[in-house]
Design a binder for this molecule. Structure first.
Ligand code: UDP
Ligand code: LCN
Length: 796
C-alpha cells in the first residue's frame, strides 16, 4: 500500500521536508534515531529561516522513530500512535511512501547494519500474531493497561448475550470451586444446573431476609446447605445476602461492575508463590548488589501486604483459613554473612510468609556454591523449576492458587510451574533490560560476552506470551509515551541480526496488561513530622552518618553543614547517573552556594566493588569530586543503609528543608522516589521512565531532564530561591507529595487490585476456550527446548 507525504503534511511544506529528509547525511551505522532526527531538523530550520512555519513537518518528525538509509531509499518508522508503527520507504524520485512489511524491514535492517553476515543467510523469523487472532482484543491504545476493565465488560456482555453458555460456565465455575481441598459455595448434587441455581438463590435469599437468628452464622450456613449453598458466601448475614444479590443480578441482568464485585468476593486465593530466583534475596544485608535493589524490597513488602489483605479477604468470606505465601529464591551456600544459605526463613512480622530457597545445580546434580550474576543464570533454571515445584508442593501440601514471577528469570520459572501445575500466572518485569541498553538487540553479539541478551530476550518473549496477566508499575512501561517507546512495546518487532527477526513478539492489545503500582512500607516510610514515632537514638545515628561521621566509608567534610541538603540514594549503576548529578552540581555555582549534596551510594573504594560497571562509576565519582573541588560541599556515604535507616534519612533531610533528587538516565519505576514522597520530602526525579507517572510536575514534585544538566540544576535553584522567600513553598510540595503517595501508591491498594485480577482472570481462564492458548503453549514449548535450552546449555 502506498501513501505520500501529503497525507501527513500540508502541500506547501513538502518541498522543505523532502529536502531535509533526502539531504540527511547517512551516518555510520546508517541509522538515525528520533532524537538525532529532531536535532538535525532543528539545525535545518535554523539554516533555512525562509522556510517559514513547518509545524506539520515537526509533527511528522516527532512521530518518526527511526530512519534507515538503504541505498537510494529512506526507510521511515512512523509511530503514529502508541503501540502502532507504520513502516515506509521514501524514494528520491517522488513523494510516495511505500509501505514495507515488518519482515522485509527487519531483513533489510539486519543486512544494512551487519553487512558482514553471509548474504544468502535467512534468519529465523518469529511471528506470534496468528496466535492472537482468536481472542478478544482492545482497540484503543489509551486503554492498554486496563485489561481487567475490558475483560469485565467483555464477559458481562457475553453473560447478557449468550446466557445459556455463560451462565452455565459461571455455574460450573462455582460448583467446582474448592480451597485447600474443601468444596465451597455450591453443592452440585443439590443444585444441578444454572436454572437450578437461580431457583435455589431465590429460596436462600428468601430465607435470609426472614431469618430469625441473624447472628448465628453456623446455623445460617446449616440452613443454607439444605438449599445447596456451602461456605464462602460471607461472614455475616448481610454480607451473604449481598453476595447472593450480586449473583442474582449477574444471572438476570449482568453488568461489569456487578461481575467484578461478585468475582472479587469468591475466596479463591490463600496460597501464593512469588518467584525471584536469581537470589541474594533476604531480609538483611542483601541489597546493593547490581542484581538486587528495588525488586527485593518490592517482593518482600508485597508478600507482607498480601498476607494481610488475604487474611481479611478470607475472613470476610466467612472462612477461618490462614493464607500462606512462599517467596522462592536461590539457595547460595557461600552466603557472605547473609541468610542466603538457609532453606527456609520466616519473614519478620508475618504469620505465614516464608522465603524458601532452592539451590541451583550443575548437570551432575551437585550444588552451585557461589553467587552468579543475573545475566549468567540461564543454564540452571530448567532444573531449578523442577526442584522448586517439588519443594513448594512439600511446603504448601499441594498447589498454590497463584504464581507470580519477578524479572525475566522469575517469569520464566513461573511459566514452567504454571504449566506443570495448572495454576494462574502473573508476571512482573520490574525492568526489561532491552530498553536499558541502547542497541542491545541490533548489536547483541557485542553484548553477548557480558549480558547474554540473545537468551534473555527470548526468555522475555516466552514468559510474557504465556502469562495469564501481567502487572506493570506504570502505563508507559507497556506503551511508552508519545515521545518514547514502552518497554513492552519494544518487543513488538526487532531484529537480532543473524539470529532472529521478531516480526510480532507481543500483542499489546491483549487484555492481559494491567497497571498496578507498588507502595512502600508505611511502617518505615512515614511523614517527617510524625515526631513521636522517631526514636532519638536512630535519628542521631543517621544524622551523624549523613552529615558528620568521618571514617573510611564516608567522603567529604561539609564546610557549612546547616545548608539544606540535596539528598540522593541509589546503587552506582551507570544508568542511575549519580555522577551526572555530581557533575551538574559541580558546575552550578549558585546551587553550590545554596545547598549541600549528600548521597548514599555503593562503596568509595573501587577495589571493593564486585561489578566492573560500578567500579568504573566509583572512579568517575572520585574524579569529579576532585575536578570540581567538592569535598566541602558534597558528602558521599559509601555504605549500605539498612531499610529503617533509609526511612530516617529521608525524614532528617526533610527536617532540614532539603529535597530528594533522582537523576537516572532511565528509571523503570523508582521506589526511592516513592519512599521520599511518603516521608514528606519534596522530590525531583528523572523525566525518563516511571517517575513521569508518579509525580505531577510542579504540583507533587518536579520532573528533571538528566540529559540537560543546566536545566536540571536551574530547577533546583529556582525551588531553593522560592523557599528562601517563602517557607510555605517547601511545605506545599511536601504536603502534596505526601497526599499523592498516600492516595495512589500504597500496598493495600496494590494487593486489593492484584487479588481482584487473580479472581477475574481465574474465571476468564476457566471460561474461554483454551484452544488458542494451547497452540501458543505448544509453540512456546518448542522455543523453550530448541532455542532457550540449547543456547543456555552453551553457557554452562
Ligand atoms: N536502598 C536501601 N539502602 C541503600 C540503598 C538503597 O535500602 O543504601 C533501597 C532503597 O530504599 C529502595 C531500593 O533499595 O527501596 C532501590 O529501589 P529502586 O526501585 O529505587 O531502584 P533499583 O535499585 O531497583 O533500580
Ligand atoms: C527495578 C527497577 O529498575 C526500579 O525502577 C523499580 O522501582 C524496581 O525494580 C521495583 O519494581
Amino acid at each position: 500500500m502506498a501513501d505520500d507525504l501529503s497525507s501527513f503534511v500540508e502541500e506547501q511544506e513538502i518541498p522543505q521536508l523532502r529536502e531535509f529528509l533526502l539531504g540527511l547525511e547517512p551516518p555510520e551505522p546508517p541509522l538515525l534515531l528520533r532524537n538525532d532526527i529532531l536535532m538535525a531538523f532543528h539545525a535545518y530550520c535554523e539554516q533555512h529561516p525562509e522556510a517559514g512555519d513547518l509545524a506539520g513537518s515537526w509533527r511528522f518528525l516527532r512521530k518518526t522513530q527511526e530512519i534507515l538509509f538503504a541505498a537510494d531509499l529512506l526507510i521511515i518508522i512512523y509511530r503514529h500512535r502508541r503501540a502502532n508503527c507504520r513502516i515506509f520507504a521514501l524514494s528520491p524520485e517522488n513523494d510516495q511512501l511505500t509501505a514495507l512489511s515488518v519482515l522485509d524491514f527487519l531483513t533489510l535492517k539486519e543486512r544494512l547494519l551487519r553487512p558482514e553476515l553471509p548474504p544468502q543467510q535467512r534468519t529465523l523469523a518469529l511471528d506470534l500474531a496468528p496466535f492472537y487472532d482468536y481472542g478478544p482484543g482492545l482497540k484503543d491504545p489509551n486503554t492498554i493497561g486496563q485489561g481487567i476493565k475490558f475483560l469485565n465488560r467483555h464477559m458481562s456482555g457475553n453473560l447478557a448475550n449468550h446466557p445459556e453458555k455463560w451462565n452455565r460456565s459461571l455455574y460450573e465455575f462455582l460448583k467446582l470451586h474448592q480451597l485447600h481441598g474443601v468444596q465451597l459455595l455450591l453443592n452440585g448434587t443439590l443444585v444441578g444446573n444454572s436454572e437450578g441455581l437461580e431457583a435455589a438463590l431465590g429460596q436462600a435469599m428468601d430465607f435470609l431476609e426472614r431469618c430469625r437468628y441473624p447472628d448465628d452464622l453456623a446455623r445460617i450456613y446449616q440452613r443454607l446447605a439444605k438449599f445447596g449453598f456451602l461456605e464462602g458466601w460471607g461472614d455475616s448475614l448481610p454480607r451473604i445476602l449481598e453476595t447472593m444479590h450480586l449473583l442474582q443480578d449477574i444471572l438476570e441482568q449482568p453488568d461489569e461492575a456487578n461481575l467484578e464485585e461478585f468475582l472479587s468476593r469468591i475466596p479463591m486465593v490463600s496460597k501464593v508463590v512469588l518467584l525471584s530466583p536469581h537470589g541474594w534475596f533476604g531480609q538483611d544485608n542483601v541489597l546493593g548488589r547490581p542484581d538486587t535493589g528495588g525488586q527485593v524490597v518490592y517482593v518482600l513488602d508485597q508478600a507482607k501486604a498480601l498476607e494481610e489483605f488475604l487474611t481479611g479477604d478470607l475472613k470476610s468470606a466467612g472462612l477461618d483459613i490462614e493464607p500462606k505465601i512462599l517467596i522462592i529464591t536461590r539457595l547460595i551456600p557461600e552466603n557472605e554473612g547473609t541468610t542466603s544459605d538457609q532453606r527456609l526463613e520466616k519473614v519478620k512480622g508475618t504469620a505465614n510468609v516464608w522465603i524458601l530457597r532452592v539451590p541451583f545445580r550443575y548437570p551432575d546434580q551437585s550444588v552451585v556454591p557461589h553467587w552468579i550474576s543475573r545475566f549468567r543464570i540461564w543454564p540452571y533454571l530448567d532444573q531449578f523449576a523442577v526442584d522448586a515445584e517439588e519443594e513448594l508442593r512439600r511446603e504448601l501440601g499441594g498447589r498454590p492458587d497463584l504464581i507470580v514471577g519477578n524479572y525475566s528469570d522469575g517469569n520464566l520459572v513461573a511459566t514452567r510451574l504454571s504449566k506443570s501445575m495448572g495454576v494462574i500466572q502473573c508476571n512482573i518485569a520490574h525492568a526489561l533490560e532491552k530498553s536499558k541498553y541502547l542497541y542491545s538487540d541490533l548489536y547483541w553479539h557485542q553484548f553477548e560476552q557480558d549480558y547474554n541478551f540473545s537468551i534473555q530476550f527470548m526468555v522475555d518473549l516466552i514468559a510474557m506470551n504465556q502469562a495469564n496477566f501481567i502487572i506493570t508499575s506504570t502505563a508507559q512501561e507497556i506503551t511508552g509515551t508519545d515521545n518514547s517507546i514502552g518497554q513492552y512495546e519494544s518487543y513488538q518487532f526487532f531484529t537480532m541480526p543473524g539470529l532472529i527477526n521478531v516480526v510480532s513478539g507481543i500483542n499489546l492489545f491483549h487484555p492481559r496488561f494491567n497497571v498496578i503500582p507498588p507502595g512502600v512500607s508505611q511502617e518505615i516510610y512515614f511523614p517527617y513530622n510524625r515526631k513521636r514515632s522517631r526514636p532519638a537514638k536512630m535519628r542521631k545515628q543517621v544524622s551523624d552518618l549523613l552529615f558528620s561521621t568521618e571514617d573510611g566509608d564516608c567522603l567529604g567534610r561539609l564546610a557549612e553543614p546547616d545548608k539544606p541538603p540535596i539528598f540522593t540514594i541509589a546503587r552506582l549503576d551507570r544508568i542511575k547517573n549519580l555522577t551526572g548529578l555530581v557533575e551538574a552540581y559541580g558546575q552550578d555555582q549558585e546551587l553550590r552556594q545554596r545547598a549541600n549534596l549528600v548521597m548514599v551510594a555503593s562503596v568509595v573504594d573501587p577495589e571493593r566493588s564486585k561489578d566492573a560497571e560500578e567500579a568504573a562509576e566509583i572512579r568517575k565519582m572520585h574524579g569529579l569530586l576532585d575536578q570540581y573541588q567538592l569535598h566541602g560541599q558534597v558528602r558521599w556515604i559509601g555504605k549500605f543503609l539498612g531499610k529503617r535507616e533509609t526511612g530516617e534519612a529521608y525524614r532528617i533531610v526533610a527536617d532540614r528543608g532539603g529535597i530528594f533528587v533522582q537523576p537516572a538516565l532511565f528509571e523503570a519505576f523508582g521506589l526511592t522516589i516513592l519512599e521520599a514522597m511518603h516521608s514528606g520530602l519534596p522530590v525531583f526525579a528523572t523525566q525518563f521512565g516511571g517517575p513521569l507517572e508518579i509525580i505531577e510536575h510542579e504540583h507533587s514534585g518536579f520532573l528533571i531532564n538528566p540529559a540537560d544538566p543546566a536545566s536540571m540544576t536551574a530547577r533546583l535553584n529556582e525551588f531553593f530561591r522560592h523557599c528562601a522567600e517563602d517557607s510555605r513553598h517547601w511545605q506545599g510540595f511536601s504536603r502534596r507529595a505526601l497526599e499523592r503517595a498516600q492516595s495512589r501508591f500504597t500496598w493495600p491498594l496494590h494487593c486489593r487490585k492484584l487479588t481482584r485480577l487473580t479472581k477475574v482472570y481465574g474465571f476468564w481462564r476457566y471460561s474461554i476456550s483454551q484452544q488458542a492458548k494451547t497452540r501458543l503453549n505448544q509453540y512456546s514449548e518448542l522455543l523453550y527446548h530448541l532455542y532457550f535450552k540449547e543456547r543456555a546449555g552453551r553457557l554452562s
